[in-house]
Design a protein around this ligand. Sequence first.
Ligand code: SF4
Ligand code: SF4
Length: 400
Amino acid sequence: MIKMIQPWRRFAGTAQAVVIMGLPFLKIGGESALRFDIPSLRLHFFGASVWMEEFFIVLVAVMVLTFLVVFLTLMFGRIWCGWLCPQTVLNDFTRFVDRGRGFLSKAGAYASVLLISILVAANLIWYFVSPYEFVPDLMTGRLGNITGSFRIALTGIIFLNLVFLRYKFCATVCPYAKLQGVLFDNKTLVISFDPRRRQECLKCNACIRSCPTGIDIRKGLNASCTGCAECIDACAEMMGRRQEKSLIGYFFGGPGEAGRMLRQNAIITGSVTAAFSIFFIYLVMTRIPVDMMILPNYSFPPHITADGGVTNSYVLSVKNRGKSNAELFIEAKALNGIAEVVPGRVAIGLGEIRKIPVYVAVKNSGNSSMIKDIEISIDSKKTDKLRITKRVHFMYPMSK
Ligand code: SF4
Ligand code: SF4
C-alpha cells in the first residue's frame, strides 16, 4: 500500500486553521488566550498580561521567537512552509481557484474566496480586538471607522493574494523564504529527488504537474519550493504501479548522505532557544503586576511634628498592570524610629496610573539625624503576595 503524505498535510492544515480561528475565542483568566489589546497596549498571553512598557519581557519573547525560527529552519528546513504556514494552508483550501474553468465556475470560485477572505480578515483582527466585542459591534454597525476600514482593506488584500499571488507569494514576497537559503546547512531536512535511482525515473512528469510552483525537483533544490510534498505523492503513485517507492522523499541533507543530526550549530541554536524560553517563562511567572516609583513631593518640605518627630512627603506613582482592580496597603519602615504613613491604603483600577501623595512621620527623629533612609512598601496582603519595597532618602527641616 502506498503511503501518502497529503492526507496528513490536510489534517495538519485543518488543525492549524481550527486553532488559529478558535484561539481568540478561548479565554484564560477572563482574557483572550492570545491577543494584543491595542487600546491598552497589552499582550494577553495564555493567562499572563504583559504591557508594552515591560520592554524587557517583550524583548526576550522576540529573542525566543527569533532563535526558535532559526533552530527549526536549520533542523527541519521548510517544514513550516509546507505544513503549517497560513499562506500554504489557505492556498490548499482554495485550490478550486486554479481548477475553475468557464465564467460561472470562475465566478463561483471567486465568490467562495471572497467569503473565505472576509472570515480570515475578521480572524486576524480578533488578535487585536476581542471577537466578543467585534462580532456584536459588527452586527449593530458600531465597529468604528478605523476597524471597519482596516477590515475591508485586509479582506481586499487577502482576496487578491488568494486569487492572483497564491504560491508566487512564497517565491517572491515572503521574507522567511528568502532567509532560508542562509539558514540551511548540509544536514537540514529537504525534499529531494534521489539521484541514485535516476535510471528508474519513468519521465512521466507527474512530479512537475503536481507542483504548485511548476518546479522540476529532479534538477535539484529550488528556492521556490514550498515544501508541500505534492511531488512525493505524485511520484509515489506512479512508482507504486510498479511496486516501487517514490523517487522523491524527505532527506536530512540529501539522499544517501550520512552524518550526525546533532551537529555543533544545531546544539548551539537549540541550547540558546531553550535558555531564552526558560528565561521568558521565568520572567512571566515572576513578574509583579504593579509598578511603583517614588518621587519627592516639592510642595511639602520636611516638617517637625508636635511630638518632636519629622514628617516627609513623597509622591508614589503606582501603575496597576494586573488583570483586575487592586487594593494596596502602603507601609513605611525606619531603622531607628517608628514610621507612620498616611494614607495607609489605596485602590487602583486596572491599567490605572495613580500619583498618590503620602506623608511619612518618623517619631524620635526630630532630635537626631540618625535616620538617613526609610523604606516604603506597597503590599496587596493577598495570598498571591504582591509586595514592592523601595528605599528613599529621609530629609530634615532646613532650620535644624
Ligand atoms: S518541488 Fe514543488 S511539489 Fe515538490 S515540495 Fe517543492 S513545491 Fe511542493
Ligand atoms: S513523478 Fe517520479 S517517475 Fe515521474 S518524472 Fe517525476 S520523478 Fe520521474
